[in-house]
Design a protein around this ligand. Structure first.
Ligand code: GZL
Length: 308
């Protein structure tokens, strides 16, 4: 069509192909791997040229990748900010270069929300509330103190900040719930195991509940709990978030009590938003992912339906 309109062929081809620059957090968890797969598969499906950068969980690498996308004059930039602060300057550079930015998965706490056209991802505070509500329900019969240890996500990241806030909002209604230890496991299995080992050494049998901000840290912690001679999901109730395959396998093995779903399958929504942007349509400022809660009792039935 563009060639018919007299545009030289190379310009016509280039004009047709939308180029998306995506700066990914890293490859720290099953969730992140599924999110990357969703973005790559959906870009291919949509015929969008994807320039993909893996920042290995380092903010300076994400900022470098975004600057490179600006220099390459991509059509749209999308990324999941590894932490919530420090992206203002590079977002202003993208705005000055008239390249629209979509926040995918995590948000930033910048005042000026004109710096991005849309934020699509889960409501992490609500995920924290769901974890809290499940625990309140499970412990509703008892008056005893409930000693909780918490494995936080990456320090300063939106999911870590908001999952903590939502959980505490719910359990603070009853003084029997006490968070006796809280430390980051950086969303990884290895760190989750290491920190849980330290919690067990310090608090041992006093621990009634583990609240992990993602399944990977919970899976690492389960190994530490077993190596300490305790029964995960029985001696220590375990609550985690994401709903990845590893969590369903742990629940089916009776080692995890519940996983609050956080869907990584943001690719299709992202590509549709990119296409709408290029077609001159406005896209919603906030697109919230719909998701549920999966206790171990339903894990086996739900498992065949899981897509990540
Ligand atoms: C949440 C996402 C988090 C996952 C972790 O949307 O940003 O990062 O919960 C992942 O598993 O590492």
């Amino acid at each position: 069509a563009l060639v018919a309109a007299g545009l030289p062929l190379h310009k016509a081809l280039a004009a047709d192909k939308i180029v998306l620059g995506f700066a990914q957090v890293g490859a720290e968890s099953e969730w992140r791997a599924a999110n990357t797969q969703s973005v790559k598969d959906s870009a291919k499906e949509a015929g969008i040229e994807l320039k993909f950068a893996d920042a290995q969980q380092k903010q300076e690498n994400q900022i470098k990748a975004i600057r490179a996308f600006i220099a390459q004059k991509v059509d749209v930039i999308a990324f999941s900010p590894v932490v919530a602060t420090g992206f203002g300057p590079v977002l202003r550079e993208a705005k000055a270069a008239k390249i629209p930015v979509i926040l995918s998965d995590r948000s930033v706490d910048e005042k000026d929300d004109s710096l991005w056209v849309s934020f699509m991802g889960s409501d992490f505070t609500e995920e924290g509330r769901r974890a809290g509500r499940w625990l309140v329900e499970k412990m509703k019969g008892s008056k005893d103190t409930v000693n909780i240890v918490e494995l936080q996500g990456t320090t300063g990241s939106a999911p870590a900040i908001e999952r903590k806030k939502g959980f505490e909002e719910i359990i603070s209604a009853d003084p029997k719930f006490k968070i006796i230890r809280s430390q980051t496991g950086d969303f990884t299995r290895a760190k989750g195991k290491e920190v849980m080992e330290a919690f067990l050494k310090a608090e041992g049998k006093k621990i009634n509940v583990l609240y992990a901000h993602n399944d990977d840290m919970a899976i690492g912690a389960i190994q530490a709990i077993e190596e300490a001679g305790l029964k995960p999901a029985k001696d220590i109730t375990i609550i985690s978030i994401d709903g990845v395959k590893g969590a369903f396998e742990a629940m089916m093995a009776g080692k995890l009590n519940v996983s609050v779903e956080c869907s990584p399958l943001l690719g299709p929504q992202l590509m549709q938003a990119v296409k709408d942007l290029k077609a001159g349509k406005t896209i919603p400022k906030r697109i919230v992912t719909q998701e549920g809660v999966f206790p171990m009792e339903v894990a086996a039935k739900e498992f065949p339906n899981r897509k990540y």
